[in-house]
Design a protein around this ligand. Sequence first.
Ligand SMILES: [Fe+2]
Length: 191
Amino acid sequence: MSLIQPFKSEIDFATGDLSPQRATLRRRLSDMKLMYADRNEAARILSEEGDRLIYEVQGVELPEEEGQIPHCTTRILPGRVGDEYHMTKGHYHARREQGEVYFGLSGRGYLLLQTDSGQTSEIEMVAGSAAYVPPYWAHRTVNIGAEDFVFFSVWEARAGHDYGTIERDGFRMLVLLRDGQPTVVDNPKYV
Ligand SMILES: [Fe+2]
């Protein structure tokens, strides 16, 4: 176990920016073009409008050791691909028995969750919402507002990330614009 000195980060709630600056992961439409329901629209945006930024993650990275507690901010930009709202890739934890806490900082979003056995849940998040992702639940976040949706998350270092299952099978639910409202619907293409 590494002995790390205590430290803090200052968080800008509107942007998710951390000070001091930390490693930033950016996901663009080209990274996720196969994850949106309307792949033709994703391809059209890429060719006609460019490779838009969908979300970015600023993380406090720590050794993947028992007891370490990494944490990060995520900012999802507002927008849609066709009718489908901007979202994160979504993942299970590689160690399924590890949970996570999400805390809303600004904007408005959905936290979508699902289990291997077919259970689903959706939690609306605003600034001040503290959501619990229990062990065994895959999780994806979606920006359903007109502003950036920004949240803070905290997990156990050994949890790891399994993105591959969602990349292969998709997520059970989609969040689409329907009758002027963000609406959670079953994903007809879910494997
Ligand atoms: Fe997670």
